[in-house]
Design a protein around this ligand. Sequence first.
Ligand SMILES: *Cc1c(COP(=O)(O)O)cnc(C)c1O
Length: 402
Amino acid sequence: MSKKLHACTELLHGGRDPARHCGMVNVPIYRGSTVLANTLEEWESRKQPDNPYASYGRFGTPTTHALEELVADMEGGHRSLVFPSGLAACTHAMFSVLRSGDHILLPDSVYGPTRAFAQHTLARFNIAAEFYAPHAGAGIGAQLRPNTRLVYVEAPGSGTFEMQDIPAIAAQAHQAGAYVMMDNTWATPLYFKPFQHGVDISVQAATKYLIGHSDALLGVATANEDAWPLLRKGAHDFGQTIGPDDIFLALRGIRTLPLRLRQHWDTGVKLARMLSRHPLVARVMHPALPEDPGHALWKRDFLGASGLFAIELRPMPAAAFTRFIDQLRLFGIGLSWGGYESLVLPMDAPKRSVSPYPVQGRMVRIHAGLEDSDDLIADLRQALQAATDCLAVPGLEMAVHA
Ligand SMILES: *Cc1c(COP(=O)(O)O)cnc(C)c1O
């Protein structure tokens, strides 16, 4: 076929080969450690590093390779590797590039556990982690050093949803000879094409939208041709591997990703708009809203939005805040996101190093699930009303939570 296919069509036809699997529509769950060869010649060819018919289960099975092929195509990268969690993909990808004595720059709004890894574990290997203001853009040039090996980006940032000018940052990083690594979990490769914007290695928590059903953990890292040998070697040396059932769940999830994501996007924007007009809400952090400070960058570089955003509440007594959260019926309280179910997460102020935390009041992260958006809006409204009723109780006005 000469014409380029649409993303949803490619996701339905990629990473499958029924002829190789007895006609089965889906790639089966292959279990195995030992892979037998029939002849010496076949054995020698299996041992080649990029042979998709690997020589040992630790390097993946046909189930693993189907997922890696599908994600690499979706990201527009050269090759992908799967990891046992999203965080494992972030940390192993960083480790595969960095050497003792190197310097790495990370945005101040980076995912908390990635920050912790850089500050604690990388430091033990004499790798200096420094943070930069998420909105630095081309100004990041001032923080690049001769030994800067890696510039990490994540847009929008975890928790605060601050956008980044990734092409401008990537141009500066490349000029200084550094690699650019991105956490692309929020947008997924459907809504942000990292390799068209100067990224060399893209990582994502497949735990979120790719798997999409809150029933497994998985990470994927994808590299361009230049960074691929580093990623493959670095990751294989650690010996981590993933069981085939979780891979199968990711393959199954991805087939419906375009449909689900479209709905998460729609509902998320509807909830965000309603909340932005509510008197108890001080601010909504969602780059797809025109009033968001990151909106212009989102519009320029992204093809859509996911269902994850945050709100800052007006100062209110702890009892009113508790009432709001506990009164929600359709939103569970919990970590992670990207599943079909709606979630809220009360957020503590995260660590910041160089830029002020741009939030004063209580912050709540919201994941818009696949429930009907009218039902979700009604649920949020009644919970906010319960909190408002709480404010009217005499004596509570004084205990303001800053
Ligand atoms: C959840 C998340 C991760 C980590 O994924 P796990 O599968 O939970 O380890 C990494 N980055 C971002 C932005 C995330 O939201």
